[in-house]
Design a protein around this ligand. Structure first.
Ligand code: ACO
Length: 320
């Protein structure tokens, strides 16, 4: 049994996702390139519930992405391999970008070219700076896109694997459906006089019919890449939706599909902040009438359930 164990690797640990910032002139020398490496959280859609890969010793699977354009490269290394070893690329292929390559030299050339040439697609809707170590020279920009936006379909085919790796239960969305709306977040950096963009995260939303003539906008997948988490970007991305939906007459309500705990926290915190700033919780007194909940929900385009939850949190907070 133990002899077999040494040939088993945990797939999420073996896979290294690398975001490569390859400034021109850095060559293929990894020491000179700026690389951020992290592991996926979920690999069960590829390797099964146990998330195991059989047949290798000291296995490392590298998925490299140019940090802005997300052009990608697959490579793997190991110390020993059994003839019956799992076929890793074949197993992962359907989840990886269709244009992933396996030639590292070519990848480096592409990453260097994209470092200066890649620009976000879609309509720029917001920009901000954050007060976080290492982000002093960064401006964060969000863009609105859909599958008719030039260059977006190809870009989406590169980024969609991140949803599988980081959102439990995620699957690819139908990219032939033009109704999907996507909000992309990028970091714009000015390095040595050169402007470059890095991909930070995104969310996609689908408009459902709201009787009789409006839509309910449902957030389906929401993701900030691990190196950018816990810095306020998820909140900024979520907050940017208030302004957008608030100004669109056809949008009646914003909802979320299967929020996990982290997203529910983010949603509660930001909705509370938003409603507090609007003065909704002034002179709060229990019980809150359902008419009041309905009115707040309609005004701020939130669900009645979420507004009731916020009132509950506000009442609890007022007990302190
Ligand atoms: N320094 C330290 N902490 C900070 C800073 C900062 N400068 N700014 C904000 N934070 C804290 C916030 O207070 C918050 O704290 P809390 O966890 O105690 O509530 C925490 O960081 C998270 O807030 P944000 O930074 O705004 O959120 P983040 O950018 O990390 O995004 C998200 C959250 C979307 C859940 C992200 O972690 C993620 O993408 N996770 C993986 C994918 C995922 O789970 N997505 C949601 C699935 S559900 C769905 O898709 C509908």
């Amino acid at each position: 049994m133990n002899a077999l164990k040494q040939w088993v690797t945990n797939s999420s640990e073996a896979i290294n996702i690398r975001l490569v910032k390859a400034a021109p002139g850095t060559g293929d020398d990894e020491d000179e390139q700026d690389i951020i490496e992290f592991n996926p959280v979920f690999t069960y859609p590829m390797f099964g519930e146990q998330e195991q890969i059989f047949g290798y010793k000291d296995l490392a699977v590298n998925l490299e992405f140019a940090s802005g354009s997300l052009a990608s490269c697959f490579s793997m290394g190991y110390k020993e391999k059994k003839p019956t070893a799992d076929k890793i690329y074949t197993t992962m292929k359907d989840f990886l970008p269709k244009d992933i390559i396996d030639n590292h030299d070519v990848f480096t050339q592409i990453a260097q070219r994209d470092y200066t040439e890649f620009k976000p697609m879609g309509t720029k809707v917001a920009e901000y700076r954050i007060n976080h170590e290492g982000a002093e020279n960064s401006v964060f920009e969000s863009y609105q896109a859909n599958f008719n936006t030039p260059r977006f379909l190809e870009y989406h085919r590169r980024l969609q694997c991140f949803a599988i790796f980081f959102i439990e239960g995620a699957s690819f969305i139908e990219d032939t459906d033009e109704k999907w709306e996507v909000r992309l977040l990028f970091e714009r950096l000015n390095e040595d006089g050169q402007e470059t963009y890095n991909f930070v995260g995104y969310c996609n939303m689908y408009p459902y019919f709201y009787y009789p003539d409006q839509i309910r906008m449902r957030i389906s997948q929401f993701l900030i890449l691990p190196p950018y988490q816990q810095q306020g970007h998820g909140s900024r991305l979520y907050q940017s939706l208030y302004a957008d939906f608030g100004s669109r007459k056809e949008v009646r309500e914003m909802t979320v599909e299967d929020p996990n705990e982290d997203f529910s926290d983010l949603r509660d915190k930001n909705d509370m902040k938003h409603l507090t700033a609007k003065g909704v919780f002034k002179n709060l007194q229990a019980p809150i009438k359902s008419d009041r909940i309905e009115e707040v929900a309609r005004t701020y385009k939130l669900t009645k359930r979420q507004v009731a939850r916020c009132f509950e949190l506000a009442l609890l907070g007022s007990l302190d």
